[in-house]
Design a protein around this ligand. Structure first.
Ligand code: SAH
Length: 429
C-alpha cells in the first residue's frame, strides 16, 4: 500500500469536486451512484456503460467520454477512480494519477490506491466510517450492517444521553426515587439523571451496588436501614433518622436523592417521607420506579393479568403487623380469580398458605416465587399452594423474594429451558 494512502471519511467530502471515473460496469456504477449522492461533478470514461449510467448521462447528471482511457482525461480531476475489469489498465491509471499527484482509488486493489473509501453509516448525529485498509471488505460490510441494524437502539441511547444531561438535581430539594428491582437497566432515565447529579444519596439496603455506583463519585452515600427485621421500635428510629437527615441536608442546600428499591410508593414508605417533607416545607419530587411485582413478573414471564386467567392484580404485604399474630391483610377479601403479588412474605409462607386456603383459595392454585428478580442471581420456583411452604423451605428461598399466587403463576406452555430447571427444583423437593 502506498505511503500516501489516505482515507476519505465520507463521500460528502467530495461535494462539488471534479471526479474522473474510468469504467462503468457494476463496480463503477456503484461508485458513481455514491459519488453523485455525495455531490461530486463526475466524468465517466468507458467503452460500455451500464443502463443506470446511461440514464444518468441522459439526465445530465454526469458527463461521459465514450471510448478508451487516455491520460489526458485526467486533466483537472481532483479524484480518480479506476473501476475497469482490466487489472493492467487499472494499474496504469493508478500510476498516471500518482505521477500527477491526483488521489486515486482502484477498485479491489488497495495497493494501487492512494486513498480508500470506507464503508459509511450516516445518521443525523454522526457518520461512522469503517475501513479494513481494503483487506477485509467483508468484515467492513458486516460491521456496517451491524450498525445499521442497531441504528434505532443507538438513536435511543443518544436520546437518553441527551435527556439525562438535561436532568440535574436541584439544590435544597429531595427526590424520592424508585430504583426498580435491581437491574440497573431498569432505572428510569430521570432516576439515572438525578442519581448522577445529586450531592447526597440516601439509599435502602435493597438497592444493589451496581446502581449506587452510578451516582456521582463526589456524592455522599448514606444507608440508614440495615438488612434484617424492620418491624418494631428499631424501624421507627431508622425512619426518623432518615426523615431528619433529608430535612437537614436539604436545608443545607444539598440536592438529595432518597433512593428506594422498586417504586417508592409501593411498600416503600415513600408516602411517609413525602408527608414529612411537606410538613417541614421542603420541596420534593417523587420519581416512580418499576415495582418488584412488575419487574419480577416480567423476569419470570408471569402475565399479571390475562384475558382467560386473571382479571385483576393485587399487591399484598405478606408480613405481620406489629400487633403480634394479626395479619395486616384480610385474606378473605382478596379476589380469587386474579393474581396476587405478595411482597415481604418469604418469612411466613406457611402462614400465608394457611391464610389463603382458609380464605377459600383452592390448594391447587399455582404459585411462583421469584427471588432476586431481575438480578444475575435470580431464581424462580413454582408449584401449587398445598406445596408452597415445603417447596419454599427446601429450595432455601431468601429475601428479597416475591410470591405470586393465581392461575397466571403457572409456567407458560412454551416455557424456556431456564424455567424447566426452575421447575425441576420445585419437583425435586
Ligand atoms: N418499594 C419496593 C418494595 C419494598 S418492600 C418495590 O416497589 O418493589 C421489600 C420487598 O419487595 C421484598 O421483601 C420483596 O418481597 C420485594 N422485592 C424487592 N426487590 C425484589 C427483587 N429484586 N426480587 C424479588 N422481590 C423483591
Amino acid at each position: 500500500m502506498s505511503e500516501m494512502l489516505r482515507y476519505l471519511p465520507a463521500f460528502h467530502d467530495v461535494r462539488g469536486a471534479s471526479v474522473l471515473v474510468v469504467g462503468a460496469g457494476t463496480v463503477g456504477t456503484r461508485k458513481i451512484e455514491a459519488l453523485l449522492a455525495g455531490g461530486a461533478r463526475i466524468t465517466v470514461v468507458a467503452k460500455v456503460f451500464s443502463a443506470v449510467v446511461e440514464e444518468r448521462a441522459a439526465h445530465g447528471d454526469l458527463m461521459v467520454l465514450r471510448g478508451a482511457f487516455h491520460p489526458d482525461q485526467m486533466e483537472g480531476a481532483e479524484f480518480i477512480f479506476a473501476a475497469t475489469p482490466d487489472r493492467t489498465l487499472n494499474r496504469r491509471i493508478s500510476a498516471e494519477a500518482r505521477r500527477r499527484r491526483i488521489p486515486v482509488n482502484v477498485a479491489d486493489s488497495p495497493e494501487e490506491c492512494t486513498f480508500l473509501l470506507p464503508a459509511v453509516v450516516r445518521e443525523e448525529e454522526f457518520t461512522v466510517a469503517i475501513s479494513t485498509g481494503g483487506r477485509h471488505p467483508g468484515a467492513a460490510k458486516a460491521l456496517r450492517e451491524f450498525l445499521e441494524e442497531y441504528r434505532a437502539e443507538i438513536s435511543v441511547r443518544l436520546e437518553r444521553g441527551r435527556r439525562r444531561k438535561r436532568i440535574a438535581a436541584r439544590p435544597g430539594k429531595v427526590y424520592i426515587v424508585g430504583a426498580g428491582p435491581g437491574d440497573p437497566d431498569l432505572l428510569t432515565v430521570r432516576a439515572l439523571g438525578l442519581l448522577r447529579s445529586a450531592d447526597v444519596v440516601i439509599y435502602d439496603y435493597l438497592v444493589p451496588q451496581e446502581i449506587l455506583s452510578l451516582a456521582s463519585g463526589k456524592a455522599a452515600k448514606i444507608c440508614y436501614a440495615r438488612r434484617g427485621r424492620t418491624a418494631g421500635h428499631g424501624a421507627v428510629l431508622k425512619q426518623n433518622a432518615i426523615h431528619e437527615a433529608m430535612v437537614r441536608l436539604a436545608r443545607e442546600g444539598k440536592s438529595v436523592v432518597r433512593l428506594k428499591s422498586g417504586d417508592p410508593l409501593v411498600f416503600g414508605r415513600g408516602g411517609e417521607e413525602a408527608e414529612h417533607l411537606s410538613r417541614k416545607e421542603i420541596p420534593f419530587e417523587i420519581v416512580p420506579g418499576i415495582t418488584a411485582a412488575l419487574g419480577c413478573a416480567a423476569a419470570a414471564a408471569i402475565p399479571l393479568t390475562h384475558r382467560e386467567r386473571s382479571s385483576s392484580v393485587t399487591f399484598v404485604a405478606g408480613h405481620e403487623t406489629d400487633e403480634k399474630g394479626k395479619s395486616a391483610v384480610d385474606w378473605g377479601l382478596l379476589p380469587k380469580d386474579g393474581t396476587l403479588a405478595i411482597y415481604m412474605g418469604v418469612g411466613r409462607v406457611a402462614a400465608i398458605a394457611d391464610d389463603l386456603t382458609a380464605a377459600g383459595f383452592s390448594p391447587d392454585t399455582a404459585f411462583a416465587i421469584v427471588e432476586n428478580g431481575s438480578r444475575p442471581e435470580q431464581r424462580v420456583v413454582r408449584g401449587i399452594l398445598s406445596d408452597l411452604s415445603r417447596i419454599a423451605l427446601n429450595s432455601g428461598i431468601r429475601s428479597p423474594a416475591i410470591l405470586f399466587v393465581g392461575r397466571t403463576a403457572a409456567a407458560l406452555p412454551y416455557e424456556s429451558t431456564e424455567e424447566r430447571s426452575d421447575e425441576s427444583v420445585a419437583q425435586g423437593v
